[in-house]
Design a protein around this ligand. Structure first.
Ligand SMILES: Cc1ncc(COP(=O)(O)O)c(C=O)c1O
Length: 388
């Protein structure tokens, strides 16, 4: 099987409260903050058979190659405020914040990661003058480990998968160490909920860009899912306002824990090994705190194989977007959805629909990108000048 498409039997379209306004205001104080690009991709839209394709490109966000810093930064700040028992206001930029927190040092931020979240937490620790300890599953690409080490993190390879790395990171919590995880477990819920809140900035930016450009708002939104924290932010946004697009979640075929949970009617573990090249989505268990939004807010699930991700990387490269394997998953899922007769019958005509996909990462493993796409990531999107 190359794709598995199902309607969510648990979807009930219920309303969720809007995220607080101060999140976007916090992000605006982060260094190099600016909204990422929202691209209109007419050639790719025509190729895959949708009326309009909007691509939110999280390939560079505050100097990092994925969206994860939005959740890691907000959750870290909130965790520090809780640790201090107050907000360290006023501060206008990260250097002022670091100076206000200097008395805490030596201080460590710890987390588990498949790459991007750990890099974002390491980046945040470096900005604040803290140490970072990151636990990763066995077999992680060395480019991802090096990227975290270059932020000053101590990286420990755990003998096991992502879920084992999460369990290991939880043991670090202490007076001088905050665990900033993007997934939740019993008794550890506040910080992952703040990670989710942080991600909602993306969808606010999408709305602003659409309003400013006069383009239509999406009828269909396609989001890649690992533990479902990012999707939970999408549900918060699109199930709290007036606009109610159809929401589609995409997972790897052998790590489709959110689809499997919905089909089973309860949170279900999908055992590993999870070996997809969409490494950010190699998760066997949905985030417990994300589950109520995931189960109620998603309309369709699509699980795809690695060949679909590779094809999607090539299609995005043709549209001038250098996406990593995980970043290309939303397009892979959309293409599989559009090839599914049952979905096509149930959905409004795709040719008259506007679809939003979020490309959640850039080429985090440049060697793998070159092998799959056939050229280096930094050549994508460049205008080549003819030599004669
Ligand atoms: C690039 C990228 N996209 C999507 C996801 C999925 O996010 P979540 O685990 O919140 O579902 C991840 C998670 O690590 C990721 O790194």
């Amino acid at each position: 099987m190359s794709a598995y498409v199902t309607k969510n039997p648990l979807s009930d379209q219920r309303d969720w409260p809007e995220p607080p306004d101060e999140i976007a205001a916090f992000h605006r104080r982060m260094p190099a903050y600016q909204p990422t690009l929202l691209l209109d991709a007419p050639v790719l839209a025509a190729k895959i058979g949708v009326g309009r394709l909007l691509v939110k490109a999280e390939t560079r966000r505050m100097g990092l190659p994925s969206f994860k810093i939005l959740g890691a930064s907000w959750a870290t700040y909130q965790a520090i405020c809780a640790h201090l028992g107050e907000e360290p206001e006023p501060w206008a930029n990260i250097n002022e914040l670091a100076a206000k927190l200097a008395h805490l040092r030596p201080f460590t931020l710890a987390t588990a990661t498949d790459g991007n979240h750990g890099r974002a937490v390491s980046f945040m620790a470096r900005l604040l003058g803290f140490d970072a300890k990151v636990f990763v599953p066995a077999g992680m690409a060395s480019a991802r480990i090096t990227a975290m080490e270059s932020e000053g993190a101590t990286v420990t390879i755990v003998d096991g998968d992502y879920d084992d790395a999460v369990a290991r990171s939880g043991q670090e919590a202490g007076d001088r160490c905050l665990v900033v995880s993007d997934t939740s477990w019993d008794g550890y819920e506040t910080i992952p909920a703040q990670v989710i809140e942080g991600y909602t900035t993306i969808f606010g930016e999408v709305d602003e860009a659409i309003d400013a450009s006069g383009l239509p708002h999406p009828d269909l939104v396609v989001i890649p899912m690992g533990v479902g924290a990012f999707m939970s932010a999408a549900v918060t946004h699109y199930r709290s306002g007036e606009r109610r697009p159809t929401i589609v979640g995409v997972e790897p075929l052998d790590a489709n824990c959110i689809q499997a949970s919905a089909m089973a009617g309860e949170i279900t573990h999908v055992p590993g090994p999870h070996r997809s090249i969409m490494v950010g989505l190699n998760c066997g268990l949905p985030s417990m705190i994300a589950w109520p939004r995931l189960s109620s807010g998603i309309d369709w699930f699509v699980s795809v194989d690695d060949d679909a991700a590779r094809d999607a990387m090539r299609h995005l490269a043709d549209a001038a977007v250098a996406a990593g394997e995980t970043g290309a998953a939303a397009l892979a899922g959309l293409e599989a959805l559009l090839a599914d007769p049952q979905a096509l019958e149930a959905l409004p005509d795709p040719k008259n629909s506007t679809v939003l996909i979020v490309v959640t990462e850039g080429a985090t493993d440049p060697g793998a990108f070159q092998e799959i796409v056939g050229c280096p990531p930094d050549s994508i999107g460049r205008v080549l000048t003819a030599i004669r």
